[in-house]
Design a protein around this ligand. Structure first.
Ligand SMILES: [Mg+2]
Length: 401
């Protein structure tokens, strides 16, 4: 079997096109249409097609894929590791990969696994060693009591809040509302990012709430800062969504700075890399909870296969209600029930996209707007609004419940 070509499908996600993209300062927030999904299909001379998805700045990645395609045409798509190494060597001439290079390799790698599974007539989880589990637990996002109770009423057993201006108060309210039988995580992502000193202060305050984890407490570049936070409180820490490949995740794992590693299924380098990252984490008793906050539904399928096959899979991030169009993009829709998703059993990844529906939403742009003014995030209207790292002011309010 030989690769004959790669087709890409870039789409705008969120509101209808005419309402979707309002450049910075627009009243709409993150979900107001700055998000893009990029899918690709690898075609072969035997008529088998593989599907993949890339995150990590999809509009830029689409160009990277067009550059890489000539290296892959004529190759046997079943030699996945060889092709991954070939792509890695070709791209690092531009410098280290980052999540853009990682994202390009991810979509291609994902599609190669899909082709291999289809060619052999087995689901991808079978190629990865077989199933450890039949269902994958999920968590959803909730920043208010109302949202949390709605998620709970749908049978979902874990939530994550984030980007918050009053983290202790928010967690306190959520815990009181949902009770002890629901897990809660908090994502402290910037910008502005917390300083390590403020993050230490905050994790101590959050310790009594028995959180599932505290995510990205400081900027991802400050790996050493994680040691200070780790020493400040006994609380599970999670990070890793902004790094790619085993090399990008290595330090967090080897130094045991996190309890949960969160590579993004759309930009960490593909199923090939995710399986290796999970194994590295397993050796350190670190759990695996893939980031999926901005991903589309094909990467979600890849995560289901992967999490079915690895022992240290914890829980999958899932925004199933972020945009009603999500359900129209993917065929078939994953079966979510009682807070978990059934692992797919069809050959390969077991999914396809509706190309006609995707074509109705052409990309208009793909940079994050400043956080919406009506959000509960820290930045808008504050001293730190345009800063990358900022010590929290109004400290009594910030660190009290
Ligand atoms: Mg996050």
């Amino acid at each position: 079997m030989k690769i004959t070509g790669i087709r890409t499908f870039l789409m705008h996600v969120g509101q209808p096109v005419d309402e979707a993209f309002k450049p910075s300062g627009g009243e709409r927030g993150y979900f107001g249409g700055t998000r893009n999904w990029l899918f690709l299909k690898i075609e072969t001379d035997e008529g088998i097609t593989g599907i993949g998805e890339c995150s990590g700045w999809p509009r830029v990645i689409e160009t990277a894929i067009k550059d890489i395609t000539p290296l892959l045409v004529g190759e046997d798509p079943t030699h996945i590791e060889k092709l991954w190494q070939k792509m890695m060597i070709a791209m690092m001439g531009h410098g280290m990969l980052g999540t853009v290079g990682g994202g390009a390799m991810t979509g291609i790698d994902m599609a190669l696994w899909d082709i291999k599974g289809k060619a052999l007539g087995v689901p991808v989880w079978n190629l990865l060693g077989g199933k450890v589990r039949d269902r994958i637990p999920i968590y959803s996002h909730a920043n208010t009591v109302e949202q949390a109770l709605k998620v709970k009423s749908r049978g979902i057993k874990a939530i994550k809040c984030g980007g918050v201006s009053d983290p202790v108060r928010k967690v306190d309210k959520l815990r009181e509302a949902v009770g002890d039988d629901m897990d809660i995580a908090i994502d402290l992502h910037g910008a502005p990012w917390l300083t390590p000193a403020d993050a230490c202060r905050l994790v101590r305050k959050l310790e009594p709430y028995e959180l599932m984890w505290v995510e990205d407490p400081i900027a991802p570049e400050n790996v050493d800062g994680y040691r200070r936070i780790r020493d400040a409180a006994h609380i599970p820490l999670a990070a890793g969504e902004r790094s790619a490949t085993i090399f990008g995740e290595r330090e967090l794992i080897e130094k045991e700075l996190v309890d949960i590693i969160q590579p993004d299924t759309g930009r960490a380098g593909g199923i090939t890399q995710m399986k290796k990252i999970a194994a590295m984490a397993e050796a350190h008793h670190i759990q695996f909870a893939p980031h999926s906050g901005s991903l589309g539904p094909v990467a979600e399928y890849a995560a289901l296969h992967l999490m079915a096959a690895i022992p240290n899979a914890l829980i999958l991030e899932r925004l199933d209600d972020d945009w009603e169009g999500r359900k129209s993009v993917i065929l078939p829709n994953p079966v979510q029930e009682d807070g978990s998703i059934a692992v797919p059993d069809a050959p390969g990844l077991g999914c396809d996209i509706d190309e006609d529906f995707v074509a109705r939403f052409p990309s208009l742009g793909n940079v994050s707007n400043q956080v919406a003014k009506d959000s509960t995030a820290y930045a808008p209207g504050t001293w730190g609004e345009h800063l990358y790292v900022q010590t929290r002011v109004s400290r009594r309010q910030y660190f009290s419940k």
